[in-house]
Design a protein around this ligand. Structure first.
Ligand SMILES: [Ca+2]
Ligand SMILES: [Ca+2]
Ligand SMILES: [Ca+2]
Length: 452
């Protein structure tokens, strides 16, 4: 225990001059001082919200029970560079022809996790003024697999050297494999996923340099949304062993409802190969109810100690949830109908010793005891939560055995030392008294003299 904390505790137990507000102010001031010392490169002037709030769909019928699982344990490994066979690209181009609406060549689909590992390798990147990321969602857990141009190389002519596809042009639009002589890329191998659980892919647009497509920023173009095609009859490339199966997935990066779109489904094309089974596509028929949720994980400091920043004293996931149902028109997904909007909180972890009362939106939960190292996974219905305003707060007892005297912890404003942070629901929490790394926070880059 630090000297400061010892003095404060003495002040608390004295009968004369006991002022809970003064104690709270002093504890918070000490906390802020220690935070700045622990994270000298982290600017206080930031938003403390690192959650992308992507919408995650679960197909399991058990709507209320289905929820994002606890922590990110779905790791993957990177393969050596895979050179894409010309025959594969020729076949792909014959199936998903450039510039024509290819959407009716498939249906919206999800997949089930096979009983073996599988590898995803990007094989073609189309002309696009957008930058995107490929994500895979497995049993409600979102995994970022790849982003545009990452670990992908091209030969501009048959005799030229390999260069990163990023260097194919200084214009985003032409950082593509469209007119190159050869393509190679690293692959991403997934093992130990939960067999038989639902999974799907989505492409999310993170940047865009053409106003015709800008509304797509933040959108999720998924296989469920009929923005991808799964081609199962792709001939096996000769550089993939015979006992493997191969699938090609073509992705469209612009929704016609959000901007101009040719729906040619070839803006990103990747191959999936596995021995023996690739994830098996399952068509989503009209009327299939699906649960949609957008989750923020809050990691909270209870001020029990002012010199550790493990942010694991309370870890709670809060989600906007609804049921959504696909409607088709002429055999093509037309739109989704949302129903039964609700909000849900799950207390994932406790790692502090002080009793606390958690308030989320309009809902105040009953007082909980502080517990070190528990994963209760308690589920609550809540109302009035705003995933961008972060109206969540905690009252923590100043002393474990004194009821009614609390420190108040709220979501920090820019400029304040954070006692609550908002992170991705896949972000695992720290072990006890191990401070979160500075890289969790935004660290301003040092700008060299004379640069912009
Ligand atoms: Ca396109
Ligand atoms: Ca702590
Ligand atoms: Ca702790």
């Amino acid at each position: 225990m630090t000297a400061t904390a010892a003095i404060l505790l003495t002040a608390c137990s004295s009968h004369t001059g006991f002022d809970p507000q003064l104690v709270e102010d002093q504890v918070k001031a000490t906390y802020a001082e220690n935070f700045v010392k622990a994270y000298p490169d982290v600017s206080l002037n930031q938003g403390w919200d690192y959650a992308n709030k992507n919408e995650i769909l679960s197909l399991s019928a058990s709507g209320s029970a289905a929820r994002a699982t606890r922590a990110a344990s779905y790791n993957f490994t990177t393969t050596p560079e895979y050179e894409v066979e010309t025959a594969t690209l020729t076949w792909m181009k014959s199936q998903i022809t450039e510039g024509t609406n290819n959407r009716s060549k498939g249906k919206p689909f999800y997949m089930s996790v096979p009983n073996n590992s599988f590898t995803i390798v990007p094989i073609s990147q189309g002309d696009a003024s957008s930058v995107w990321e490929l994500h895979m969602v497995v049993d409600g857990v979102d995994i970022k697999v790849w982003e545009k141009s990452q670990d992908m190389w091209v030969k501009m002519t048959a005799t030229s050297e390999w260069i990163p596809v990023y260097d194919a042009s200084n214009q985003e639009l032409y950082r593509s494999t469209r007119n190159v002589a050869a393509v190679k890329a690293k692959g991403y191998t997934f093992s130990n996923l939960p067999v038989g659980k639902d999974m799907y892919f989505y492409l999310t647009v993170t940047k865009c340099y053409n106003s015709n497509y800008k509304k797509n920023i933040g959108a999720q173009h998924s296989s469920l949304n009929h923005m991808m095609l799964a081609l199962m009859d792709c001939p096996r490339p000769s550089n993939i062993p015979e006992d493997y199966n191969v699938m090609i997935v073509g992705c469209e990066d612009s929704d016609p409802n959000l901007g101009r779109s040719d729906l040619d489904m070839n803006d990103l094309v990747f191959m999936v190969y596995a021995k023996p089974d690739v994830p098996k596509p399952v068509v989503i028929e009209e009327g299939t109810p699906i649960t949609k949720r957008s989750t923020v994980r809050y990691m909270i400091e209870d001020l029990g100690a002012t010199d550790d920043f493990d942010f694991n004293d309370i870890v709670v996931d809060v989600a906007d949830v609804c049921t959504t149902t696909p409607v088709y028109a002429n055999g093509v997904l037309d739109h989704w109908v949302d129903s039964n909007p609700r909000q849900e909180a799950v207390i994932r972890h406790l790692g502090g010793v002080l009793p606390f009362k958690l308030k989320i939106g309009n809902t105040e939960l009953e007082e909980h005891l502080g517990v070190l190292g528990a994963d209760p996974d308690e589920v609550y219905e809540v109302t009035g939560w705003d995933r961008n305003a972060h109206n969540i707060s905690v009252q923590v007892r100043q002393k474990a055995n004194v009821a009614g005297v609390y420190n108040n912890v709220t979501f920090p404003k820019a400029g304040e030392a954070p006692m609550i942070i908002a992170v991705e629901p896949t972000q695992g929490w720290m072990s006890e008294r191990k401070s979160v790394p500075a890289s969790w926070f935004y660290i301003p880059e040092e700008t060299a003299e004379g640069e912009e």
